[in-house]
Design a protein around this ligand. Structure first.
Ligand SMILES: O=C(O)CCC(=O)C(=O)O
Length: 297
């Protein structure tokens, strides 16, 4: 990969045509260990079970901690993790932010843990990306435990389905066949709302753990409802991390749908030092310059 590209050509065409990308070793084994230590064990009386932000997919086969960055501010730096953020920029462009995060703990169970679906319910299922359009929303799922055999709560995808309308009847959904992905703890999978996906059965013994960071274009409102005060949190955040987390900040008072909120160094901040020479950066700088000047009057 050259330093003018966010992804190499093979990664880019795989992302665009399959609708997902597996990024190996997005987290080091030390990072995986520290995430798992922060989350802790899921014993009957563990702190996790008492968090107010607890939910599940509706079938008692998981615990899901929404508002995960409020519960665990130490995970905030993952939002621009060096291995995944180039993929996020390539798929979505720079006018994005984090709208939520979720920790998923999926229990052993002989039936599929989560039926095939697309994200965003009946509203977003009617909206599909075009081949080369920026994605509206993307999830990055960091795996914190291995799924190296079939039927270990593997994430299931239907490659290429992100540009097709999801079936509208239960009968048709039941016929959807996907691929169970094999991942190591530390790998990440990135996918848009419109990819058909689900979770397989779990015939193993140890609950599968993952952390999902949810990105959307900047006009979208946050999905998480707990509000954090970015200035008060103890984790040191970079300007890019703070910019990505702005919608979760109680000090936010910006018009996210227009050109007005953008600081003059917005594009430099988003591409940062690691992507400062990529070709897209100038393209987006030109759009900002055009927009801010033209719409002033
Ligand atoms: O737990 C998984 O692997 C899938 C999560 C999922 O389906 C979702 O976030 O929409």
């Amino acid at each position: 990969m050259s330093n003018t590209e966010l992804l190499n050509q093979q990664e880019l065409s795989s992302l665009r045509s399959n609708g997902y990308l597996v990024v190996r070793k997005a987290l080091s084994s030390e990072e995986v260990q520290s995430c798992r230590a922060a989350i802790g064990e899921l014993s009957e009386d563990s702190a996790l079970r008492k968090l107010p932000y607890r939910g599940n997919a509706g079938n008692a086969r998981d615990i899901s901690i929404i508002n995960a960055l409020t519960a665990f501010p130490e995970f905030m730096p993952l939002v621009d993790n060096a291995r995944i953020f180039g993929v996020v920029l390539a798929a979505m462009g720079p006018y994005i932010h984090v709208v939520g995060a979720e920790i998923l703990i999926r229990f052993p169970h002989p039936q599929p843990l989560l039926r095939m679906h697309t994200d965003g319910g009946p509203s977003l299922r009617e909206i599909l990306p075009q081949e080369n359009s920026n994605w509206l929303a993307l999830k990055c799922q960091f795996f914190l435990t291995d799924c190296l055999e079939l039927n270990r709560a593997n994430f299931i995808v239907v490659p290429g389905s992100h540009v097709n309308r999801f079936p509208i009847s239960a009968e048709e959904v039941d016929k959807v066949q996907g691929q169970q992905l094999m991942v190591n703890a530390g790998d990440a999978v990135l996918f848009p709302w419109s990819l058909w996906h689900g979770v397989g059965p779990h015939l193993g013994l140890i609950s599968r753990q993952s952390l999902i960071v949810k990105y959307a274009q900047r006009w979208a409102r946050p999905q998480d409802d707990a509000i954090v005060n970015l200035q008060a949190i103890k984790t040191a955040l970079s300007p890019r991390q703070t910019t990505l987390l702005m919608p979760l900040d109680k000090h936010l008072n910006a018009d996210l749908g227009s050109y007005k909120w953008m600081s003059s160094d917005y594009i430099d901040v988003m591409y940062g030092e690691n992507f400062s020479t990529v070709a897209e950066k100038q393209y987006y700088k030109d759009i900002v310059n055009f927009g801010t000047d033209y719409y002033k009057e």
